[in-house]
Design a protein around this ligand. Structure first.
Ligand SMILES: [Zn+2]
Length: 426
């Protein structure tokens, strides 16, 4: 065992040369070593908590020390339905280092529920998990089905939520719409390994969705245990990190430099407006008390209401600490009003060290009713750029209301070659 421990330490050092020694001595090497930086990684994401995953899967996950997120249908566990894991079995996953998420109470189509039912499916499942000693941070949507209203309720109870999407996640992911690829009965281990290789190559995050694990020929929503073992063995042999969903988001956080936006939560106000922030229209751009508490938005929020002109809020000029860096801009966002004109946009004006305007970049925006924590990457256009100004604004004649909070802008500091990936994407 000491030898194994040492090898894991060495592997962690290899994958993360920038990691501080203190982070490597943390005793949390289950289910795999901790890696405090974002990079190529894979998360096994198990939906429903079918008993056959406990019977045929857990020993494989333990043998190869791979981790992930188990999302039980909480009401079915509570009712001790014959096909689902018991609480002690779920706790065994937790003891193996797995994250336990919520997959709601009874696995309904969330988009067709009333507000009260939605509140119950999300809130009550979290409560019952808490009663069983599980602090659920992640929600997995049944049928990968969601809309703006479902996201709105999700942000009240959870820090992360997973959808479908059949794609990899970049560091600029929205933590409320985490993508996954599904291991279906017809996915070969070679195909799954190719997805993992792609994730490693692109420094992206693969979330692998699994429903059931069987010893024999898999039917719909089932995967063969021997094939799963091939995938797990590949992951272990190549020392690919397997964080839980919530750990992966923590690793993203650890990969980001200090927040360069002052008063990012708009809690400090002066004369009714946010300190260190500017606006062009005091009637349409305000700081409002939050009526509903959410995971990434507490006391106060930025509110921009559309009108015939562009209405904008912009934090104070930001001096860039490193012209070579790629930066991440993220925030809590809610855009209300369905199917209306115009949207919310995000731009960066670039200036030299003396404050002369050089140019601008458009980062993106929203044109629909949405809620979550979107993120955008920015890289300075040239070595001349010394300072930037971020503009958050509604289009002229936009018929929308935007609420924002928990703004973050900082350097991506993970020692990876982000510049190459960033420019290849364009
Ligand atoms: Zn499900």
């Amino acid at each position: 065992m000491p030898m194994r421990f040492l090898l894991i330490l060495l592997a962690a050092a290899f994958f993360s040369p920038a990691a501080a020694p203190a982070q490597l001595t943390k005793p949390a090497f289950l289910p795999q070593f901790q890696l405090p930086a974002w990079g190529g990684m894979v998360t096994f994401s198990i939906d429903d908590a079918n008993k056959n995953v406990y019977e045929n899967g857990l020993s494989i996950f333990k043998k190869y020390r791979v981790g992930g997120t188990l999302a039980p249908i909480v009401g079915a566990v509570e009712n001790q339905e014959y096909w689902i894991m018991t609480w002690p079995q779920i706790k065994e996953f937790q003891r193996a280092g797995w994250e336990i998420a919520s997959h709601t109470m009874y696995h309904p189509h969330l988009t067709s529920l009333t507000d009260g039912e939605l509140e119950y499916e999300l809130g009550q499942s979290k409560k019952i998990l808490a009663k069983n000693g599980i602090d659920a941070k992640t929600l997995v949507f049944p049928y990968a089905q969601y809309d703006a209203r479902v996201l709105d309720y999700t942000t009240r109870y959870y820090e992360n939520s997973r959808i479908g999407g059949q794609a990899l996640n970049g560091i600029d992911l929205n933590r409320y719409t985490i993508l996954c690829k599904e291991l279906t009965s017809t996915t070969t281990p070679e195909e799954a390994i190719a997805w993992i290789e792609e994730a490693v190559q692109k420094k992206m995050w693969l979330v692998l969705m699994i429903h059931e694990i069987v010893a024999g020929t898999p039917g719909d929503y089932q995967y063969n245990a021997g094939d799963l073992e091939k995938i797990a063995a590949y992951v272990a042999a190549n020392r690919i990190p397997t964080p839980t969903i919530n750990q992966a988001l923590a690793w993203r956080q650890a990969s980001l430099g200090p927040n360069l936006i002052k008063n990012p939560r708009l809690e400090m106000t002066e004369g009714g407006w946010a300190r260190y922030w500017n606006r062009n229209n005091a009637a349409q751009v305000t700081v409002e008390p939050a009526t509903v508490r959410r995971a990434f938005s507490d006391g106060k929020r930025l509110k921009i209401t559309g009108s015939s002109q562009q209405n904008m809020a912009y934090p104070e000029m930001i001096k860039l600490p490193d012209k070579e860096s790629v930066y991440l801009f993220s925030f809590f966002a809610q855009v209300a009003t369905e199917g209306a004109n115009g949207g919310l946009e995000l731009c960066i004006d670039e200036f030299d060290a003396a404050g002369n305007w050089i140019g601008w970049q458009w980062l993106g925006g929203f044109w629909w009713h949405t809620c979550g924590s979107p993120a955008f990457l920015y890289q300075p256009s040239s070595g001349q750029v010394g300072q930037i100004m971020i503009y958050i604004f509604t289009d002229a004649y936009a018929d929308i209301t935007f609420s924002g909070d928990n703004f973050y802008f900082g350097a991506v500091n993970d020692g990876l070659d982000w510049k190459i990936r960033f420019f290849n994407r364009r």
